[in-house]
Design a protein around this ligand. Sequence first.
Ligand code: B1M
Length: 421
Amino acid sequence: MPDTDTTGKRWQDMTWEEKREERFQRWLNPANVDFISPEAEKLYKERVTRFIKAIKLEEPDRVPVMLPVEYYPAYYAGGNLKKVMYDYDELRHAWLKFIQEFEMDSFNGASLVFPGKVLDMIDYKIQKWPGHGLVDDAPSQQFVEGEYMPPEEYDDLIRDPADYFMRYFLPRSVGAFEPFRKLGPITPFVSIPVWYVSQFGAPDIQKAYQTLLEAGQEAMKWMGVVIEIGQEALNQGLDLLSCVNEGLTTGIQKVGELFASGEYFLPELIIGAEAMKKALAVLEPAMVGDQAREVVGRVVLGTVEGDMHEIGKTLVGTMLIANGFQVFDIGVDKSAGEFVTAVRENNADIVGASALLTTTMLQQKKLIETLKEANLRDKVKVMVGGAPVTESFAAEIGADGYAEDAISAVDLAFRLIDAPA
Ligand code: B1M
């Protein structure tokens, strides 16, 4: 920290509360950040305020989100850990894509993706990694079991930790340091250092230093990219909907594809859906925003009989609420009769039916027939959607409209009730 605070008070004269407040202020107003837009700056301040409130044990607007993503951005971008460890352009691309497409309040940066080239150059021995003892798409590094510090050396470590690391531990665990074993200890040395310096004339010691110089240069290249990614994360603002559409939805669709091709089984499908539901539960309050406004229309929403898929339907409901509709979400596996009862009880303007299975799509048709039988068809507009449903199917069964996704569902709902969006 600098010597003085923003009000000119000296750091050493401040109480711990003042120091903490000063740190918060600097966090809120970071130096050297060129926000890409006023919106990004606003988002940044909102996020930092969220953390500050949590730290102060005050109530934030919502729980701050930190995603412990580890190496997932590499795979999300279509690559693998080896690619991002060895190719800094790939690392930059994957992490920036992740920052742009996921909504987080805080970002861990890319510094845990260690540079493969540097590790190769110094011959790091304690771990294996993809491209160095492990297959290319191994999801993580692997510890190499070994006794790197035998018990009889503990006293040496305690007596002189720097000497121990330089002459014992590093030569054992990093090939490039191997020749340092024969260096004399530096701690007892006094007076003119000629004898000590003469050790560095030995060819193997010189070679070791040459390797470290080159590895250091390579590490600087990597660090430049890591810093650039961190800076970009600071400069950027993210919007929630693109996080859901390009992030979560793309992810769950991939799960669906893997399930269809037989690579994933039901447990993976369930885990994927649970992850998406949990993520949506976090994002939803922020997407819904301020609800204290006039109701534009009333919508009864549900998933049809025989169908348990709820995520898309819930997302549609969230977006409708966010746009001023009052939504009566009746849940999943609802019969045509249950939809009709809800329409009547809630005097709905629109009834929305979601179907995700080709086998349950026909329940949407049944709903329309049941509404007719109940003499409600003229009083309520019918909107249908879900992955297998199409515009032509909607027209064929006599629905008033079809929407492909949650955003078009909102547009459609406004059109159906003849209200301006
Ligand atoms: Co199931 N499932 N599933 N599943 N599941 C699909 C739909 C499937 C395509 C996967 C596949 O094989 N590729 C396949 C259907 C094949 C078919 O019918 N042709 C399938 C199957 C076969 C099954 C089971 C039969 C599996 C089994 O048991 N052997 C079983 C059926 C259970 C049942 O319903 N009776 C089943 C079960 C499940 C889980 C329970 C494990 C889970 C759902 C968990 C839950 O919802 N709580 C699940 C999931 C997650 C999927 C996939 C992977 C993802 C669905 C999803 O949530 N998408 C799905 C594959 C896929 O769709 N690619 C699949 C994300 C969501 C945001 O998108 O739901 O499309 P979506 O909603 C979008 C739009 O469609 C639209 O807006 C939403 C937002 O953009 N929209 C509307 C949706 N409803 C709308 C309503 C509107 C307007 C727009 O107006 C009213």
